[in-house]
Design a protein around this ligand. Structure first.
Ligand code: PLP
Length: 397
């Protein structure tokens, strides 16, 4: 039986539409888009079509879409660039003190690292705490906002526990209380999983990545609200208006556009595709393991439908994950980007999960086309794996 892959938050396999678009672009638009001949023009046209289609499909028509390679890069470009652009005005507001950058405490490591870069540059970087389900509460952010803030960075959806943030509310608060600040939003997990227009998040800069929604890895976008400006970070040939120099990956962007279109069509056809499956998976898991602790908000409407994270009392996530893999079910543990068992996930710390449970968290992440039988199979494999691990030490002893 083929393996059941439930780790789409780490990487989702390229959709057939994306593979077809990728192959067609490699065949027909392989030239350098900067070249002045017909082949170059064809590549440039394909690239610009893909860019425009992506902005439209994701729901940000009229926004500037800067193509880059990874979510990490898009987040760095947005968060660091926006902070640098606002720095002098925020310092003036601080009366000569340092400009402040506020970074959510449950952000992906790449955004927290962008905060570390800003700290080295002399920004006063502060964490915005999350509550026990991973939410940045508006009142928590409001208490930190003053005119000396240059940047607020809060993700749209958490990659480990799936909490959705009230981004539009947080961005509006930021505009009202810290008028010099830019709002950067990491929507790498959110895009392709939600039907709303991405522009409705109402941030100034938004990062998205192809490989989380069925595109081909190596393509990502930073979306910039009309009028948003960034200082140029890259030396090179001046592509992407100087924001991201280097010969463009036409095939990657074409595949990204095709994948985004396919995801949008799925969500139009079946708006509850993800939530319905997440709910069924939770029911199945609970029925075999009533002691499981579900992480994230209790209310479905505050969760990303694609991620279900559970703490498994008494278990070591890595061992359980391997036992599940041996049974043909592939899941994640926390974030794949810091998958070492020795690294305690800062997200689990940020939500204040009991230390004894921190090494026990499994993340099931869905694409939205799993069958009821798939979800039942995942729960059955989980029950078997857990039972086996419970008896193994005794047998060996
Ligand atoms: N942001 C979030 C929320 C993510 O889940 C990830 C990857 O897991 C990233 C950023 C980084 O994206 P990439 O691996 O494409 O650099």
């Amino acid at each position: 039986m083929a393996a059941l892959y439930l780790d789409h938050a780490a990487a989702s396999p390229p959709l057939p539409e994306a593979l077809a678009a990728h192959a067609a672009a490699l065949r027909e638009a392989w030239a350098n888009p900067s070249s002045l001949h017909g082949a170059g023009a064809a590549a440039a046209l394909a690239f610009e079509r893909a860019r425009a289609e992506l902005a439209e499909t994701l729901g940000a028509p009229g926004w500037r879409a800067v193509a880059c390679a990874t979510g990490t890069e898009a987040n760095a470009l947005g968060a660091i660039g926006m902070a640098r652009a606002a720095r002098r005005r925020a310092e003036r507001a601080a009366g000569g003190g340092p400009a402040r950058a506020l970074i959510g405490s449950a952000e992906h490591r790449c955004v927290r690292e962008a905060g570390a870069v800003l700290a080295r540059e002399g920004f006063a970087v502060e964490e915005v705490p999350v509550d026990a389900v991973g939410t940045v509460r508006p009142e928590t952010l409001a208490a930190l906002l003053r005119p000396d803030v240059a940047l607020v960075a809060v993700q749209a959806a958490n990659n480990e526990i799936g909490t959705l943030q009230p981004i539009a509310t947080l961005a509006a608060l930021t505009r009202a209380r810290a008028p010099e600040a830019a709002f950067h939003c990491d929507a790498v997990q959110w895009a392709g999983k939600r039907a709303e227009a991405i522009a409705a998040l109402d941030a100034d800069a938004i990062a998205v990545a192809a490989h989380k929604l069925g595109g081909v890895r190596g393509s990502a976008l930073l979306l910039l609200r009309p009028g948003a400006r960034l200082p140029l970070p890259f030396w090179g040939g001046g592509q992407e208006g100087g924001l991201r120099a280097g010969t463009e990956d036409v095939a990657g962007l074409a595949a990204f556009a095709a994948a985004a279109r396919a995801r949008a069509a799925l969500l139009r056809r079946e708006p509850r595709a993800l939530h319905a499956r997440r709910a069924q998976l939770w029911e199945e898991l609970k029925s075999v393991a009533p002691d499981l602790v579900r992480l994230g908000p209790p209310d479905e409407s505050d969760c990303l439908g694609s991620i279900l994270a559970v703490a498994v009392p008494g278990a070591r996530a890595r061992t359980l994950l391997t036992a599940l893999d041996a049974r043909g079910v592939q899941v994640g543990s926390g974030s794949a980007c810091h998958g070492s068992a020795t690294v305690v996930s800062p997200v689990l710390e940020a939500i204040g999960l009991a230390p004894a449970l921190r090494g026990s968290v499994l993340r099931f992440s869905l694409r939205g086309d799993e069958t009821p039988a798939d979800l039942a199979r995942a729960a059955a494999a989980f029950a078997e794996a857990r039972a086996e691990l419970a008896v193994t030490p005794a047998r060996r002893g």
